[in-house]
Design a protein. Sequence first.
Length: 215
Amino acid sequence: MNAPTQNAPSPIARRFRGFLPVVVDVETAGFKAETDALLEVAAVIVEMDNEGRLRPGETAHAHVAPFPGANLDPRALAFNGIDPSHPFRQALAERDALKQVFAPVRHAVKEQGCTRAILVGHNAFFDLGFLNAAVERTRCKRNPFHPFSTFDTVSLAGLAYGQTVLAKAARVAGLPWDESEAHSALYDAQQTAELFCAIVNRWGEMDESPVWLGD
Protein backbone atom coordinates (compact mmCIF):
# COMPACT_ATOMS: atom_id res chain seq x y z
CA MET A 1 0.00 0.00 0.00
CA ASN A 2 1.34 3.40 -0.96
CA ALA A 3 1.75 6.05 1.72
CA PRO A 4 -0.83 8.86 1.58
CA THR A 5 0.37 11.91 -0.33
CA GLN A 6 0.03 15.52 0.76
CA ASN A 7 -2.46 17.55 -1.26
CA ALA A 8 -1.15 20.38 -3.41
CA PRO A 9 -0.76 23.64 -1.47
CA SER A 10 -3.99 25.62 -1.39
CA PRO A 11 -4.20 29.43 -1.48
CA ILE A 12 -4.33 29.56 2.32
CA ALA A 13 -1.21 27.36 2.47
CA ARG A 14 0.61 29.77 0.15
CA ARG A 15 -0.66 32.74 2.15
CA PHE A 16 0.92 31.53 5.39
CA ARG A 17 4.04 29.70 4.15
CA GLY A 18 2.53 26.25 4.45
CA PHE A 19 0.86 26.84 7.81
CA LEU A 20 -2.89 26.57 8.42
CA PRO A 21 -4.12 29.15 10.96
CA VAL A 22 -6.25 27.56 13.68
CA VAL A 23 -7.62 29.74 16.46
CA VAL A 24 -7.37 28.15 19.91
CA ASP A 25 -8.66 29.23 23.29
CA VAL A 26 -8.31 27.37 26.58
CA GLU A 27 -9.90 27.81 29.99
CA THR A 28 -7.80 26.71 32.91
CA ALA A 29 -7.65 26.48 36.70
CA GLY A 30 -4.64 28.74 36.98
CA PHE A 31 -1.70 30.21 35.08
CA LYS A 32 0.91 27.43 35.35
CA ALA A 33 0.59 24.99 32.47
CA GLU A 34 2.61 22.25 34.17
CA THR A 35 0.60 22.17 37.41
CA ASP A 36 -2.80 23.80 36.87
CA ALA A 37 -5.71 21.98 35.25
CA LEU A 38 -6.75 22.44 31.64
CA LEU A 39 -10.54 22.62 31.80
CA GLU A 40 -11.75 23.53 28.32
CA VAL A 41 -10.26 23.79 24.84
CA ALA A 42 -11.77 25.08 21.61
CA ALA A 43 -10.37 25.41 18.10
CA VAL A 44 -11.68 27.23 15.03
CA ILE A 45 -10.13 26.31 11.69
CA VAL A 46 -9.65 29.30 9.41
CA GLU A 47 -10.78 29.03 5.77
CA MET A 48 -10.17 31.13 2.66
CA ASP A 49 -12.85 31.87 0.06
CA ASN A 50 -12.36 32.16 -3.69
CA GLU A 51 -11.58 35.87 -3.38
CA GLY A 52 -8.78 35.30 -0.89
CA ARG A 53 -10.71 36.48 2.15
CA LEU A 54 -10.47 34.60 5.42
CA ARG A 55 -13.45 33.37 7.41
CA PRO A 56 -13.94 31.15 10.48
CA GLY A 57 -14.63 27.54 9.54
CA GLU A 58 -15.11 24.26 11.37
CA THR A 59 -15.07 24.31 15.16
CA ALA A 60 -13.88 21.64 17.60
CA HIS A 61 -14.50 21.85 21.34
CA ALA A 62 -14.11 19.75 24.48
CA HIS A 63 -14.58 20.10 28.22
CA VAL A 64 -11.60 18.57 29.99
CA ALA A 65 -11.43 16.68 33.28
CA PRO A 66 -8.58 17.85 35.55
CA PHE A 67 -5.59 15.54 35.30
CA PRO A 68 -4.72 13.57 38.48
CA GLY A 69 -3.08 15.85 41.03
CA ALA A 70 -3.89 19.02 39.08
CA ASN A 71 -4.02 22.29 40.98
CA LEU A 72 -7.40 24.08 40.98
CA ASP A 73 -6.95 27.73 41.90
CA PRO A 74 -10.23 29.07 43.35
CA ARG A 75 -9.52 32.52 41.92
CA ALA A 76 -9.24 31.17 38.39
CA LEU A 77 -12.45 29.15 38.79
CA ALA A 78 -14.29 32.21 40.09
CA PHE A 79 -13.09 34.18 37.06
CA ASN A 80 -14.17 31.69 34.40
CA GLY A 81 -17.18 30.33 36.27
CA ILE A 82 -16.27 26.68 35.69
CA ASP A 83 -17.20 23.98 38.19
CA PRO A 84 -14.80 21.15 37.28
CA SER A 85 -16.97 18.55 39.02
CA HIS A 86 -20.29 19.56 37.45
CA PRO A 87 -21.84 16.43 35.89
CA PHE A 88 -23.33 18.33 32.94
CA ARG A 89 -19.86 19.28 31.71
CA GLN A 90 -19.43 15.79 30.24
CA ALA A 91 -15.71 16.34 30.55
CA LEU A 92 -13.23 14.12 28.73
CA ALA A 93 -9.87 12.93 29.98
CA GLU A 94 -7.08 15.15 28.65
CA ARG A 95 -5.88 12.64 26.07
CA ASP A 96 -9.38 12.07 24.70
CA ALA A 97 -10.08 15.80 24.62
CA LEU A 98 -6.88 16.46 22.66
CA LYS A 99 -7.70 13.69 20.19
CA GLN A 100 -11.19 15.13 19.67
CA VAL A 101 -9.82 18.61 18.93
CA PHE A 102 -6.75 17.52 16.96
CA ALA A 103 -8.54 15.17 14.55
CA PRO A 104 -10.39 17.81 12.47
CA VAL A 105 -7.32 20.06 12.54
CA ARG A 106 -5.11 17.31 11.12
CA HIS A 107 -7.74 16.61 8.45
CA ALA A 108 -7.86 20.29 7.46
CA VAL A 109 -4.05 20.54 7.34
CA LYS A 110 -3.94 17.62 4.90
CA GLU A 111 -6.88 18.84 2.82
CA GLN A 112 -5.35 22.29 2.37
CA GLY A 113 -1.90 20.96 1.47
CA CYS A 114 -0.35 22.57 4.55
CA THR A 115 2.61 21.27 6.54
CA ARG A 116 1.31 22.10 10.03
CA ALA A 117 -1.28 24.12 11.86
CA ILE A 118 -0.18 27.36 13.48
CA LEU A 119 -1.95 28.43 16.64
CA VAL A 120 -3.73 31.78 16.59
CA GLY A 121 -4.65 33.10 20.00
CA HIS A 122 -5.24 36.16 22.13
CA ASN A 123 -2.11 35.97 24.28
CA ALA A 124 -1.22 32.92 22.22
CA PHE A 125 1.75 31.89 24.38
CA PHE A 126 -0.72 31.05 27.18
CA ASP A 127 -2.92 28.79 25.04
CA LEU A 128 0.04 27.10 23.36
CA GLY A 129 1.74 26.55 26.72
CA PHE A 130 -1.26 24.69 28.15
CA LEU A 131 -1.73 22.74 24.92
CA ASN A 132 1.91 21.67 24.85
CA ALA A 133 1.86 20.74 28.55
CA ALA A 134 -1.22 18.54 28.03
CA VAL A 135 0.40 16.87 25.01
CA GLU A 136 3.49 16.17 27.09
CA ARG A 137 1.50 14.79 30.05
CA THR A 138 -0.62 12.49 27.93
CA ARG A 139 2.09 11.60 25.40
CA CYS A 140 -0.50 12.41 22.78
CA LYS A 141 0.89 11.73 19.33
CA ARG A 142 0.31 13.55 16.04
CA ASN A 143 -0.01 17.03 17.52
CA PRO A 144 -0.76 19.12 14.39
CA PHE A 145 0.42 22.44 15.84
CA HIS A 146 3.80 24.07 15.41
CA PRO A 147 5.55 23.71 18.79
CA PHE A 148 6.42 27.38 19.28
CA SER A 149 5.36 29.65 16.40
CA THR A 150 2.06 31.50 16.77
CA PHE A 151 -0.03 34.40 15.50
CA ASP A 152 -1.04 36.60 18.44
CA THR A 153 -4.13 38.76 18.01
CA VAL A 154 -3.03 40.97 20.90
CA SER A 155 -0.22 42.34 18.72
CA LEU A 156 -2.31 42.31 15.55
CA ALA A 157 -5.22 44.14 17.19
CA GLY A 158 -2.88 46.65 18.76
CA LEU A 159 -1.49 47.41 15.32
CA ALA A 160 -4.82 47.44 13.47
CA TYR A 161 -7.18 48.96 16.03
CA GLY A 162 -5.10 50.37 18.89
CA GLN A 163 -6.68 47.90 21.32
CA THR A 164 -5.18 44.85 23.03
CA VAL A 165 -8.13 43.63 25.14
CA LEU A 166 -10.18 41.12 23.13
CA ALA A 167 -13.58 42.63 23.93
CA LYS A 168 -12.44 46.17 23.10
CA ALA A 169 -10.67 45.10 19.91
CA ALA A 170 -13.75 43.17 18.78
CA ARG A 171 -15.99 46.18 19.30
CA VAL A 172 -13.64 48.53 17.43
CA ALA A 173 -13.55 45.98 14.59
CA GLY A 174 -17.36 46.15 14.44
CA LEU A 175 -17.90 42.67 15.85
CA PRO A 176 -20.64 41.84 18.36
CA TRP A 177 -19.55 41.06 21.90
CA ASP A 178 -21.69 39.35 24.56
CA GLU A 179 -20.07 39.77 27.97
CA SER A 180 -22.25 36.99 29.42
CA GLU A 181 -20.68 34.51 26.98
CA ALA A 182 -17.08 35.65 27.51
CA HIS A 183 -14.54 33.37 29.22
CA SER A 184 -16.03 30.33 27.54
CA ALA A 185 -13.31 28.73 25.40
CA LEU A 186 -15.72 28.21 22.51
CA TYR A 187 -17.06 31.78 22.49
CA ASP A 188 -13.64 33.37 22.93
CA ALA A 189 -12.15 31.20 20.16
CA GLN A 190 -14.96 32.12 17.79
CA GLN A 191 -14.60 35.83 18.54
CA THR A 192 -10.83 35.66 18.22
CA ALA A 193 -11.25 33.93 14.87
CA GLU A 194 -13.56 36.70 13.67
CA LEU A 195 -11.03 39.29 14.82
CA PHE A 196 -8.08 37.55 13.15
CA CYS A 197 -9.95 37.23 9.88
CA ALA A 198 -11.04 40.87 10.01
CA ILE A 199 -7.46 42.06 10.49
CA VAL A 200 -5.98 39.88 7.75
CA ASN A 201 -8.78 40.80 5.34
CA ARG A 202 -8.30 44.48 6.12
CA TRP A 203 -4.62 44.15 5.28
CA GLY A 204 -5.52 42.36 2.05
CA GLU A 205 -7.71 45.26 1.00
CA MET A 206 -4.73 47.61 1.33
CA ASP A 207 -2.17 45.31 -0.31
CA GLU A 208 -2.25 45.99 -4.05
CA SER A 209 0.38 43.37 -4.91
CA PRO A 210 0.28 40.48 -2.42
CA VAL A 211 3.58 38.61 -2.61
CA TRP A 212 1.97 35.39 -1.41
CA LEU A 213 0.07 35.06 -4.70
CA GLY A 214 3.33 34.74 -6.59
CA ASP A 215 5.16 31.55 -7.51
